[in-house]
Design a binder for this molecule. Structure first.
Ligand code: E4P
Length: 218
C-alpha cells in the first residue's frame, strides 16, 4: 500500500520523507491557498519544490473547468517534473481531458469521485489514479470506506490498471479500513501517518524496559 501525504506544507512533507514511509503527495487548490501560495508562478515554483523533496508522484490540480483549459494547464504542469500527476475533477470535460492525457502518456488523478460509476468512467478514460473522498462521504452520513471497497472490487473484476487512491482520509481507523479492503493508496495529513506510531502499551513497555535496564546496569 502506498502512503501519500495530503498537504502543500513543505515542512510536513519533509517530516514524512524523513520517517521513510512516503510514496507521494496530493495537493488541491484549498491546500495551496492554506499555505498562502498565490499566482501561477508561485504555484508552479511550489510544485517544483515539492517534487525536489519527495521521490514519488505529486498530484497538481488544474483550475480550468473546460477541456481546452484543462489541457493547457495540465500540459504545463506535466512539464514541470516527471513525477507530476495532473489532477482533474470528475466532470464531463474532466473525463475527456483524462482520456487526452492518458493517450499522451501524462499521468492523471481523477478527483472528487463520490460514486462507483464515476470511478468506472475515470478508469475507462485511462486515469492513473481515482480519488474517492472517504471523509466527505462520511460527513454527509454515507459510508466512504464502503465506496472504496466497491471500486476495488470493480477494478479487480476487469483488471483495470487504475489505482484506487483513498482520499479525504481523516483518521487512523479510516486508513486501516482502507488497507484491509485493498486500496492501492491512501492520502492523508501528517498526523494520520504519525498516528500509526501510537499505542500506550508501547510507551509503557518501553519505559519499563529502560527502567529495568537502568537497575541492572546501575
Ligand atoms: C484529495 O486529494 C483531497 O486533497 C483531500 O483528500 C480532501 O480531503 P478533505 O476532505 O479532508 O479536505
Amino acid at each position: 500500500m502506498k502512503f501519500f501525504i495530503d498537504t502543500a506544507n513543505l515542512k510536513d512533507i519533509q517530516e514524512a520523507v524523513e520517517l521513510g514511509v512516503l510514496d507521494g503527495v496530493t495537493t488541491n487548490p484549498s491546500l495551496m491557498a492554506k499555505e498562502g501560495i498565490k499566482g501561477t508562478d508561485a504555484v508552479m515554483a511550489h510544485y517544483r519544490q515539492i517534487c525536489e523533496i519527495v521521490d514519488g508522484d505529486v498530484s497538481a490540480e488544474v483550475i480550468a473547468v473546460d477541456f481546452d483549459g484543462m489541457v493547457t494547464e495540465g500540459e504545463a504542469l506535466a512539464e514541470l517534473h516527471p513525477n507530476i500527476v495532473v489532477k482533474v475533477p470528475m466532470t464531463r470535460d474532466g473525463v475527456k481531458a483524462i482520456k487526452y492525457f492518458s493517450e499522451k502518456g501524462i499521468k492523471t488523478n481523477c478527483t472528487l469521485v463520490f460514486t462507483a460509476g464515476q470511478a468506472l468512467l475515470a478508469a475507462k478514460a485511462g486515469a492513473t489514479y481515482v480519488s474517492p473522498f472517504v471523509g466527505r462521504l462520511d460527513d454527509i452520513g454515507h459510508d466512504g470506506v464502503q465506496l472504496i471497497e466497491q471500486i476495488v472490487q470493480i477494478f479487480s473484476n476487469y483488471g483495470y490498471p487504475t489505482q484506487v487512491l483513498a482520499a479525504s482520509v481523516r483518521h487512523v481507523p479510516h486508513l486501516i479500513q482502507c488497507a484491509e479492503i485493498g486500496a492501492d493508496v491512501v492520502t492523508c495529513p501528517l498526523n494520520v501517518i504519525t498516528g500509526l506510531l501510537n499505542h500506550p502499551l508501547t510507551d509503557k513497555g518501553l519505559a519499563q524496559f529502560l527502567a529495568d535496564h537502568k537497575k541492572v546496569n546501575a
